[in-house]
Design a protein around this ligand. Structure first.
Ligand SMILES: C[S@@+](CC[C@H](N)C(=O)[O-])C[C@H]1O[C@@H](n2cnc3c(N)ncnc32)[C@H](O)[C@@H]1O
Length: 187
């Protein structure tokens, strides 16, 4: 309940950054983290908020030391540090994800309001994420809207392919999950 109150408070204080009606539901978190493999490389989570997806990633068996969250909101960042002390938390913009010193990342899981961001920031986020990802790695992004959650110009530029989940009705609002891959590595 404290997490929910914190989330709601930040929606009011920073609506342009949070851009959601409520934290992601259990059903959406399960779809976002589907297929994560504890035997593979590290995982990066973008826009972790109060940590609902963070918890789901850990529930998939990913070791806390193999998980890196990026969250620019100082209140959320402090909350994540207190809630998951063994996870690596980075208080920075997701646009700088390429600066992390990691390799063979298996997945970037994004809770960011990507489509509401300027194209240059989207380019930094997607470009940096794919620089971190293993050749067969994936960028996972949910969206509430009918269109792919990455700008078309960027999808073309980066030659991305994607798979789309079924609509998750048990989320407010209902959402779909997109998994983006480098061309010809889509699984
Ligand atoms: C829609 S909320 C998602 C929170 C949580 N992951 C969930 O699914 O409930 C978006 C989150 O992205 C964060 N955020 C927005 N822009 C960001 C940026 N450029 N870099 C890092 N975090 C950002 C916000 O602070 C917020 O926590």
């Amino acid at each position: 309940m404290r997490d929910f109150a914190l989330f709601m408070g930040q929606i009011l204080r920073r609506p342009g950054q949070v851009v959601a009606l409520a934290p992601s539901s259990r059903a959406l978190c399960a779809e976002m983290t589907e297929g994560l493999d504890p035997a593979k490389g590290p995982v990066i989570e973008l826009g972790a908020g109060t940590g609902v997806i963070t918890q789901a990633i850990l529930d998939r068996g990913i070791a806390p030391a193999a998980l890196h969250t990026i969250e620019m909101n100082p209140e959320f960042h402090a909350h994540l540090q207190a809630r998951f002390p063994s996870v690596h938390h980075h208080k920075m913009s997701a646009g700088d994800v390429g600066d992390l010193d990691l390799s063979e990342v298996q997945a970037v899981i994004s809770g960011l309001p990507l489509l509401s961001m300027p194209l240059a920031l989207q380019r930094g986020i997607l470009g940096g994420s794919f620089a971190q990802l293993a050749q067969d790695g994936r960028y996972v992004q949910f969206t509430y809207g009918p269109k792919p959650p990455v700008a078309r110009a960027l999808r073309d530029e980066m030659e991305l392919e994607w798979r789309i989940s079924a609509k998750i009705w048990r989320n407010i609002p209902p959402a779909r999950v997109y998994r983006f891959f480098r061309q010809s590595t889509a699984q």
